[in-house]
Design a protein around this ligand. Structure first.
Ligand code: ADE
Ligand code: ZN
Length: 340
């Protein structure tokens, strides 16, 4: 069995996926046509050619523009259904999916339209592929605290269908402290929390996310490694890091995949996981991310199993369900399968 086949069959959870970032150019064109929306590209090839970024903001500009084709509940359903159909081939058995309501409500799309489409696709994916999933509602950090509070208010009727809040978009200049009050309010409503920190922002932003947002999981976190005390704290507290190797490469968080710190994170005792972030924009779904990291950094079979194990340990699933996933993972890992 090749390493690729081993990775594709490895049971795993995806913990860092922006559903709007799974909008493939083909579906973007189909939805643009269906909804009569003009897009500034003549072909799927032209869209893909535009996906060349030197920093996070270059990507965000094009990513928010792409989301303009999403209008109806069916569109959000089709978007999520395409993601599940694709990752069913990647060994994904559970996904914790971020969505950005403000990207849509700012365009006049109702919160209910967005979430109802996503939820119907999530139910369908469980029946069709056996993939379970949870929703994470992310606040856009370039917008202000009031806008985040207004979004939390819109989410109230849906709180039993939302697992956690998150924090994404332009990191530099928008530190976690800006959202301390809204995260406290979300926690008081029973929601868990995650935040992007240390992707482009300094280690101090990660410390703020821990101390001021009381996050349950850290999205990216790469730059934590610049601070030995912070790295030790993350290891000691078994904080899960949702690392996204192809995203890091495309957004120039690392210069080459050979420089990626995924193996260093494991060596430092961090609970690192591998995820795709925005697979339609960064050139690969979750298994592609495992493969790229494994090839560049020479990850062993044990490292790959550790990463998959971490994905279940870092999930928001109940302990007994996590234990079942780990039993199946161990059985898979124990099967004779030389990694070529
Ligand atoms: N990698 C990323 N960082 C910040 N915000 C995002 N939104 C979607 N992907 C993101
Ligand atoms: Zn992200």
């Amino acid at each position: 069995m090749t390493m690729r086949a081993f990775i594709a069959g490895l049971p795993k959870a995806e913990l860092h996926l922006h559903i709007e970032g799974s909008l493939e150019p083909e579906l973007m064109f189909a939805l643009a046509r269906r909804n009569n929306i003009a897009i500034p590209f003549d072909s799927v090839e032209a869209v893909r050619a535009a996906y060349s970024f030197t920093r996070l903001q270059d990507f965000l500009d094009i990513y928010y523009q792409g989301a303009n084709v999403l209008i109806h509940s069916q569109d959000f359903h089709d978007l999520a259904a395409a993601y599940f159909d694709r990752v069913a081939q990647d060994g994904v058995v559970h996904a914790e999916i971020m969505f950005d309501p403000q990207t849509h409500t700012a365009r006049g799309i109702a919160f209910d339209t967005v979430i109802s489409g996503l939820l119907s696709a999530m139910e369908e994916a469980e029946a069709k592929h056996g993939i379970t999933s949870r929703l994470i509602m992310s606040f856009l950090r370039h917008l202000d605290e009031d806008d985040a509070f207004a979004t939390l208010e819109m989410a109230r009727p849906w709180l039993d269908r939302i697992e956690a809040v998150g924090l994404d978009s332009s990191e530099l200049g928008h530190p976690p402290e800006k959202f301390a009050r809204v995260f406290a309010a979300a926690r008081a409503l029973g929601l868990k929390s995650v935040a992007h920190a240390g992707e482009e922002g300094p280690p101090a932003y990660v410390v703020q996310a821990l101390d001021l947002l009381a996050i349950d999981r850290l999205d990216h976190g790469n730059r934590s490694l610049e601070d030995a005390a912070l790295t030790a704290r993350l290891a000691r507290t078994a904080m899960t890091l949702t690392v996204c190797p192809l995203s890091n490469l495309k957004l120039c968080v690392v210069d080459t995949m050979d420089d990626h710190p995924i193996d260093r994170m494991l060596r430092e005792g961090l609970r690192a996981t591998i995820n795709s972030d925005d697979p339609a924009y960064f050139g690969g779904y979750v298994a592609d991310n495992y493969i790229a990291a494994a090839e560049a950094r020479g990850l062993s079979k044990d490292d790959l199993v550790r990463l998959a194990r971490n994905s279940f340990l870092g999930s928001f699933l109940p302990d007994d369900v996590v234990a079942d996933h780990l039993t199946r993972l161990d059985a898979y890992a124990a099967m004779p399968q030389p990694v070529a």
